[in-house]
Design a binder for this molecule. Structure first.
Ligand code: FE2
Length: 375
């Protein structure tokens, strides 16, 4: 498969330096039960909590961590308010992709002056562990980038949260950090979103796929990967393309009732043991590609360190680029609406996103879509 690398050299200073992803906050219908799912099935532990016991009247939030990945699960306690409105429209989904910065106030000013829409003006939160500064802007749909400055903070998460110790803390599954987070945008919206990341956030478009490259007999999509200057934060953006039938992106947009985060890719150093453990714990993955996929695997990607048998048994996909190869697998949606799902990825040199697997992946997704009557 041909991949178009786009290099745009800029000599300007990075006006929005990012240290990585700080956390991902999801709005969910029942945070207590979602926390149990992500702990039991994915291997997260609870590190902090905020709710009525800590003085919050309208919501409860559980902060889960595994490796460097922080997941915040927030649920409303009353029928009114922005969290409930979000859930009513979108179901469970990602509200905030929080970015770790050294200066939240400057990050806000720099992006607002370049055209960002404000979600939250800069504020400083303090407790006995120090101070945290945050500020937020909207990206696609109702999704938010929250800038989090925590260099003067030593607490579990943020002021307002109490550290959680002991209790039920299952063993991890080897998940290390967030590799990338993918957004789905509406028809003819991708280039606008790409330009927004370029102009407002100073990101670069490092990789593009058009509908000629990503298609099956039935559906197609276009995708562009946006990266910040140091490459610590990558946001691929998908747009549906015309096909014979409804694409998975259209299905997402219909059931999420708008644009939003499609998948969160989390990295592991040992995908075989991670996926095997997650399966034992009840995580559902997309059905494996046909046997032929593995019979021709080495011809496509060259030699790999792993045995084929466990990859085939678990349905793990392999792709390669000029720099190496990667192994990846996708979960089924993690809620009843066919919207958000997770990707497990192990990189062995490759810096791309598995475009060579898109066809195998889509055919698998379409089998699921057909079962839901949405193809
Ligand atoms: Fe991905």
């Amino acid at each position: 498969m041909q991949t178009q690398f786009v290099e745009k050299e800029t000599l300007t200073q990075d006006f929005l330096p990012l240290n990585g992803t700080d956390h991902v906050e999801m709005y969910v219908g029942n945070a207590k039960q979602s926390a149990h799912f992500y702990k039991t099935a994915f291997g997260f532990n609870t590190v902090a909590y905020a709710g009525p016991e800590t003085g919050l009247r309208d919501r409860a939030s559980y902060v889960l961590q595994q490796g460097k990945i922080r997941l915040v699960l927030t649920t409303p306690l009353k029928s009114e308010g922005p969290v409930m409105e979000h859930i009513k429209k979108h179901g469970d989904g990602v509200k905030i992709l929080a970015l770790w910065v050294d200066d939240a106030y400057k990050s806000y000013d720099e992006t607002i002056k370049r055209g960002a829409r404000s979600y939250q003006t800069p504020q400083t939160l303090t407790d006995e562990f120090g101070e945290i500064r945050t500020a937020g802007i909207y990206t696609y749909g109702e999704t938010v980038h929250l800038f989090v400055e925590r260099k003067n903070y030593k607490g579990a998460f943020m002021p307002g949260y109490v550290a959680t110790e002991g209790g039920y803390q299952p063993a991890g599954t080897g998940l290390l950090y967030i590799d990338h987070c993918v957004g789905n945008v509406g028809w003819n919206r991708m280039n606008e979103a790409v330009k927004w990341y370029e102009d407002v956030m100073g990101f670069r478009n490092i990789l593009s796929f058009d509908d000629k490259q990503i298609n099956t007999e039935y559906s197609a999509l276009m995708s562009k990967v946006m990266s910040n200057k140091n490459g610590y934060v990558k946001f691929p953006i998908n747009e549906p393309a015309e096909g014979k039938k409804k694409s998975q992106i259209e299905e997402y947009l219909e059931f999420y009732e708008g644009e939003g985060v499609q998948h969160i890719a989390v990295a592991t150093h040992d995908i075989i043991s991670t996926v095997r453990e997650m399966k034992v714990r009840g995580v559902e993955f997309l059905s494996p590609p046909p046997r032929a996929y593995y019979e021709t695997l080495l011809e496509r990607v060259g030699s790999i360190d792993e045995d084929i048998a466990p990859l085939q048994e678990l349905g793990i996909l392999v792709d390669h680029d000029e720099e190496g190869y990667l192994l990846q697998i996708f979960t089924k949606p993690v809620q009843d609406r066919p919207t958000l799902f997770f990707e497990i990825i192990q990189r062995k040199g490759a810096q791309s996103f598995g475009a060579g697997n898109f066809k195998a992946l889509f055919e698998s997704l379409e089998r699921e879509q057909e079962l839901r009557g949405n193809l």
